[in-house]
Ligand binder design. Structure first.
Ligand SMILES: C[S@@+](CC[C@H](N)C(=O)[O-])C[C@H]1O[C@@H](n2cnc3c(N)ncnc32)[C@H](O)[C@@H]1O
Ligand code: SF4
Length: 396
């Protein structure tokens, strides 16, 4: 049975500190006539300890905490308003920002039967089996980067919202902090993967997304090697990403083997076609053992036939970094009033085998949280509902 838990608290209008850089906090402390080490203490409390409220930051004197709160400052972590729990352990949260906008964030616990939260890890496990200590907790958090999305992919429920606004760095990294706090995760002891694959297009909110990555890898201590960002193929974003020294792994939503099919399901192809995309991707310098992931949502009868697999093999063989590319096949997760249908399991198997026989590593990504609409491309349903009140059930 799905379980709905209400986590609501009254909204407090305030100035969130979470998301501020050390430099910004130093400036704030200077304005308050405080020495710079107070900024460092606040920085540690916000990001390393993930302290949820100013009252609890006991490294700061009580008078300073009072001064900060009377000036309207709060820690300002996004609030987990509601959670829906799937039969597979996945949790989907409705997360409220300080201005009342909401996004969705997903927690996928791993470690059961080889599944590692996101399918990417499962795919890697299939290739390089590892046996971790049973006590070693691991999970993947799927993070949103925008409220809604402007890209308008025809198969994605998030697209139906349109774009409402970009998230700030604090709101992006804050989703992670709020979820880690909920699960009492100790970064360092527990293995946490992050995927920027929730609502929105991270590369259309590039600066905030990368600032969030810097908070997550820096004071929050989550290794960049455990992070993957997925883009629908925003060319200038990929080009900028190529020059980053600290960055997540790259996944690109290819979803079609030729421009005609891609344009029909991802209109953004008119702006940047597959050839331009592959060229930009091949210019991203890869680290040792790193591979670019191509995501490929299988839509029954549209892009899942043998000729599509053959076209894909040809495309990726021409990619300069071909030995460092892999494909994650994602069976389309259905949504209401959408003109698509799932591929048959037989077609999925044939498609994967054909890619593999053609020399392309291809993995079938296990869907997580489908029953609660938490799987890829399904994040939107609760946003359509009126603002949650205590114990409102999410329509499933
Ligand atoms: C929701 S998007 C977010 C990241 C980014 N905007 C992108 O498109 O890559 C993450 C992945 O979900 C896939 N996706 C979208 N809608 C889907 C659906 N209904 N079923 C399965 N996968 C879907 C996208 O193709 C993409 O690979
Ligand atoms: S698949 Fe990604 S880019 Fe396309 S509409 Fe959905 S969230 Fe936006």
């Amino acid at each position: 049975m799905n379980e709905i838990i209400n986590l609501s608290n009254p909204i407090v209008e305030a100035q969130p500190l979470f998301g501020a850089s050390l430099q910004e906090l130093t400036g704030l402390m200077e304005n308050l006539g405080q020495p710079p080490y107070r900024a460092r203490q606040l920085y540690e409390a916000l990001y390393a300890q993930r302290t949820p409220s100013l009252d609890q930051i006991t490294t700061l004197p009580a008078t300073l905490r009072t001064t900060l709160s009377s000036a309207g400052y709060t820690v300002g972590l996004p609030e987990l308003l509601q959670t829906a729990r799937s039969i597979d352990g996945t949790e989907r949260y409705l997360v409220r920002m300080a201005d009342g906008e909401t996004v969705e964030t997903v927690w996928m616990p791993g470690g059961d039967g080889g599944e590692r939260g996101d399918g990417t890890q499962a795919a890697e496990e299939e290739e390089h089996p590892t046996h971790d200590d049973d006590d070693y907790k691991r999970a993947t958090i799927c993070i949103s980067s925008q409220v809604g999305c402007a890209v308008n992919c025809q198969f994605c429920l998030t697209a139906k919202l349109g774009i409402r606004r970009n998230l700030t760095p604090g709101e992006i990294a804050g989703q992670v902090a709020a979820v880690l706090n909920r699960h009492k995760v100790e970064v360092g002891r527990d293995r946490i993967n992050l995927v920027f694959m929730g609502m929105g297009e991270p590369f259309l909110n590039y600066a905030a997304f990368m600032d969030a990555v810097r908070l997550l890898t820096g004071p929050m201590s989550i290794p960049e090697s455990r992070m993957t960002v997925s883009t629908s193929g925003i060319l200038p974003g990929i080009q900028q990403f190529a020059s980053e020294t600290i960055r997540p792994k790259l996944a690109v939503s290819l979803n079609a083997s030729n421009d005609v099919v891609r344009e029909s399901i991802m209109p953004i192809t008119r702006k940047w076609n597959i050839a331009a995309l592959l060229e930009a991707i091949s210019a991203v310098p890869l680290r040792p053992r790193e591979r670019v992931t191509f995501e490929y949502v299988l839509l029954g009868g549209i892009n899942d036939q043998r000729q599509h697999a053959d076209e894909l093999i040809a495309l990726l063989k021409n990619l300069r970094a071909k030995s460092q590319a892999k494909i994650n096949l994602i069976v389309w997760n259905s949504g209401p009033d959408m003109p698509f249908h799932e591929p048959t399991p037989q077609d999925v198997g044939i498609f994967q085998k054909r890619l593999r026989d053609g020399g392309i590593p291809a993995f079938i990504r296990k869907p997580r949280g489908r029953d609660i609409y938490a799987a890829c491309g399904q994040l939107k349903r609760t946003l359509e509902s009126p603002p949650p009140t205590p114990l409102v059930e999410i329509a499933l």
